[in-house]
Design a protein. Structure first.
Length: 295
């Protein structure tokens, strides 16, 4: 299957979990947004310091994207992303009109993106940092309005706010949509693979089964009915002592304890499959010997 554009940009689900891929997308969105803002700010005459800061932070976002895209985890660079966003917000706030500028819109779009991307625990941390930062900026502007560099004209303010909103929303929406569509496509392929696997399992003559750590069947294939006369639902209700003979039950328990001991000791042999002969009870009162591959 050819990789989609979304996979090429943010990474495949085989390598990255969905949250990581969304983070890659948000970082790239922020970098592209800063680049477009750099061009646009220059065109409408936004103060040079604000434009330079935007360019620097955009470069940082691009670095974070490349770093995260090539790493198995993004947690270490997540903090740098948040810190960069706070620095950008704080510096451009005073250089770009304060509460009357476009920073509030950018912050809201970024917050919505983070809400989609991050798990609850990390999202709480973002709110914990962003809300106090915004509160301090509002308070400083209220107490010291002279710190704010105003727009050169009403037209400049309108253009800045309008195009900032359009650019930020368009870039983030496009990349997140690509990610979510890619995820939906991959989920569809996975569901189809599961259906095919289920079809195979339910039509083979061998019995396929799984058990939990308490020896309760969690799955039994329909072929068990031909083998022992029980339906899968009946087998799932049976304790181990009703499914197999007492001698086989002792053999199974001994194997279980041996495997657990190997796994706890870090021995990879504990995960290796083992063949075991088991005497299984049939519904008509007879029993049959079966060869089982277990792990």
């Amino acid at each position: 299957m050819q990789p989609s554009i979304g996979n090429l940009i943010v990474g495949s689900s085989d390598v990255f979990e969905l949250e990581h891929r969304c983070y890659n997308g948000v970082c790239l969105s922020a970098a592209i947004g800063c680049l477009l803002a750099l061009v646009f700010n220059t065109a409408i005459g936004i103060p040079l310091p604000a434009t330079v800061i935007t360019a620097i932070i955009g470069t940082v976002y691009l670095f974070l994207y490349l770093k995260s895209r090539s790493s198995e985890t993004y947690s270490p660079v997540l903090w740098l992303y948040i810190l960069s966003g706070v620095v950008l917000l704080a510096l451009t706030w005073f250089l770009n009109g304060g509460i009357n500028g476009s920073d509030i819109l950018v912050s809201m779009v970024a917050l919505v993106a983070m809400t989609v991307v991050l798990k609850t625990r990390r999202l709480v941390l973002v709110f914990t940092i962003l809300i106090p930062t915004m509160s301090i900026l509002f308070l400083l502007e209220y107490l010291h309005p002279e710190l704010i560099v105003p727009y050169g004209s009403r037209e400049q303010r309108f253009l800045d706010i309008y195009f900032t909103l359009i650019i930020a929303t368009a870039v983030i929406s496009t990349i997140l949509t690509m990610i979510l569509q890619s995820h939906a496509t991959e989920k569809q392929h996975l569901d189809e693979s599961k259906r095919q696997y289920q079809l195979i399992v339910e039509n083979i003559s061998n019995v396929v089964w799984t058990m939990d750590m308490n020896f309760h069947n969690t799955y039994v294939s329909p072929s068990v009915y031909k083998q022992r006369g029980y339906t899968p639902a009946e087998v799932k209700k049976q304790p181990l002592s009703e499914q197999i003979s007492s001698g086989s039950a002792e053999k199974v328990l001994n194997l279980y304890h041996e495997k657990i001991a190997l796994i706890e000791a870090g021995d990879p042999e504990g995960w290796e499959p083992v063949e075991i002969e088991i005497e299984q009870n049939c519904k008509d009162g007879t029993s049959i010997w079966t060869t089982n591959t277990v792990r």
